[in-house]
Design a protein around this ligand. Sequence first.
Ligand SMILES: [Zn+2]
Length: 262
Amino acid sequence: MPAPRVYKTEAIVLRQRKLGEADKIITLYTPNYGKLEAVAKGVRRPKSRLGGHLEILTYTSAMLAQGRNLDVVTQAQVIESFAPVRDDLDRLSRALYAAELVDRFSPEGAESYHIFQLLLATLRRLAGGAGADVVLRYFEMQLLNVAGFQPQLHHCLGCQRPLTPVPNYFSPAAGGVLCSSCGAGTVSSRPLSVSALKVMRLLQDGAFGNVSRVRIGSRLAQEVEFHLRAYVIHVLERDVRSAAFIDRLRREGIGEPAGVSD
Ligand SMILES: [Zn+2]
């Protein structure tokens, strides 16, 4: 929806970059206007009234005015700052990853109330002390769903037959699971255990409350992370602007987990 000349919106701050001497360009994710960039003037000055209300990952209420190129933030007020996330480097890095993924998956101006709600819920879960791994996997899978890239986890993408509870294969290039006959020897497909497929289906179809109650051992968690990460990278590779982010994901990414290598 096009924004009026002066408008108020809730937003989560995804990113910031410096502009000129004292300003910043802030990337916001809003419930009704999707992702947008706006100028925050003077926020790098120590006495700025705006600065503290536009920190990265802050859930804020902002007043914006349409500018010739970019809109300008005229007022902002923190709604939630997710302090426990900022005090814990591990949770902070995961929250930043979630914000960056939303940024990468969202074209400017394409509104998605679901993505806004998903990011907000993810930040609240990280701040509230839920298991950070399961929070992130759930976020990744749900973001893929909402963005229209949900992997196929119920039938084989080769022969179209329903999957049976035997070790199958996960293929990012195919867009999901290949059965034990179709997946064997296929480039880019990796063995997928029965348990990992169950967990991935639960992440795709289940409510977070149900997913978070399931006990997932570290090896299984690693396998699920490996497949989801590979799939996210595959989807993002179509977007050349994401090249640096993909390199970082690869560098930070886990190696192929034990028992999943071919
Ligand atoms: Zn098949």
